[in-house]
Design a binder for this molecule. Structure first.
Ligand code: ADP
Ligand code: MG
Length: 330
């Protein structure tokens, strides 16, 4: 990677300075660093994710959608911690083929979702690359000290819950690749949108802070990410596959599969859901679900934390074969 020349610095100002909204932290994007002063009593929650064209998104994805997904996958991590989005840093490696119009469209996508989710750009880095478009974001959120929810707080006997529905984005990715010819046009559009523009569960912040003993966002597959709560908390996880909530589209897809258990495993390991998987003691499930419902998010109990280690996927009480829990990092 080669650092860009002085002309490109002008482009940084044109493209990205407007995204600072004049925030004092950004120092006008004219300085070496940003300066953050969190309000007294608040902790900073920081997360970073990088996306590579051809690896994390299809190379022909429109620039504004790449921009929005970059923010949303990172916002999903903040959401799972019960953090309130505050500001962020952008790293971009432009390929030579990414022309001025594409860069402007990328910045426009960022601007739209920044406003939507209450974020401000504070800085970043810009380079050119002979490789594919590579974009990274580091997001900073806030929460009262001690209020953020980690993966490590689950206890044996805690109930596992998940927000929304699972598997739609995985079906969307397959549809984009030309598979799933038996989806009708409306179903196809719905799952493709789920894949391209996930909706981070920021509304769950208060509920998670109030009730969750542990939480993680579902990016690599429900079984994989539930398993990571197990690893961090030092215990095993049992997921009841038939309890995993499905959209109408996914349910219709499932009904056409010969092997229901295998179909449910596929949905629960597909990834890119950007829902929240979390745990709470049995006695708190009802108020937790009611609290989430009050902010428009469905939470569904799907399993339990147990002594031991590993993830067991149960289909009507019997272990279902699982080849891989989800996507691994790479
Ligand atoms: P340095 O050489 O000190 O690392 P740069 O020339 O990389 O500084 O960056 C100058 C300013 O522009 C800094 O405030 C930096 O945060 C900002 N900046 C550079 N690239 C980006 C970007 N992609 N998004 C936001 N701010 C950026
Ligand atoms: Mg510097």
């Amino acid at each position: 990677m080669e650092h860009l020349g002085f002309d490109e610095f002008g482009e940084i100002g044109r493209l990205f300075r407007p995204l600072t909204n004049g925030a004092p932290e950004a120092l006008g994007l004219l300085d070496d660093a940003a300066i953050l002063t969190p309000p007294p009593g608040e902790a900073l929650i920081v997360t970073t994710d990088t996306m590579v064209a051809g690896v994390h998104f299809l190379s022909d994805t429109p620039p504004e959608l790449v921009a929005k997904k970059l923010l949303r996958v990172n916002l999903s991590d903040l959401a799972a911690k019960g953090a309130e989005p505050w500001g962020w840093f952008l790293t971009v490696a432009w390929p030579q083929t990414y022309d001025a119009a594409a860069r402007r469209a990328f910045a426009a996508g960022l601007a739209e979702d920044q406003t939507r989710y209450g974020l401000t750009l504070w800085g970043g880095d810009t380079v050119s690359t002979p490789g594919p478009l590579t974009v990274g974001a580091t997001l900073v959120g806030r929460a009262p000290v001690g209020a953020a929810v980690t993966r490590s707080g689950a206890r044996a006997g805690d109930v596992v819950l998940v927000s929304g529905t699972i598997g739609d984005a995985g079906l969307g990715l397959e549809a984009l690749g030309g598979a799933l010819p038996d989806l009708n046009a409306a179903e196809r559009d719905a799952v493709v949108l789920h894949h391209r523009l996930p909706e981070p569960r920021l509304a769950l912040r208060g509920s998670l802070r109030g009730f969750a003993s542990a939480a993680a966002d579902v990016s690599d597959g429900l079984l994989a990410d539930a398993g990571r709560i197990g690893i961090a908390s030092g215990m095993g996880v049992e997921i009841d596959l038939h309890a995993v909530p499905l959209s109408l589209t996914a349910a219709r897809w499932l009904a056409r599969q010969g092997d229901e258990a295998a179909g449910r495993v596929r949905l629960a390991t597909a990834g890119d859901d950007y829902e929240v998987v979390c745990t709470t003691p049995p006695g708190r499930v009802d108020p937790f679900c009611a609290s989430a419902q009050a902010v428009g998010v469905a939470l569904t109990p799907i399993g339990r934390m147990v002594e031991g280690a590993g993830v067991l996927a149960l289909f009507h009480g019997r272990p279902a074969p699982v080849e891989r829990l989800g996507w691994t990092h790479g």
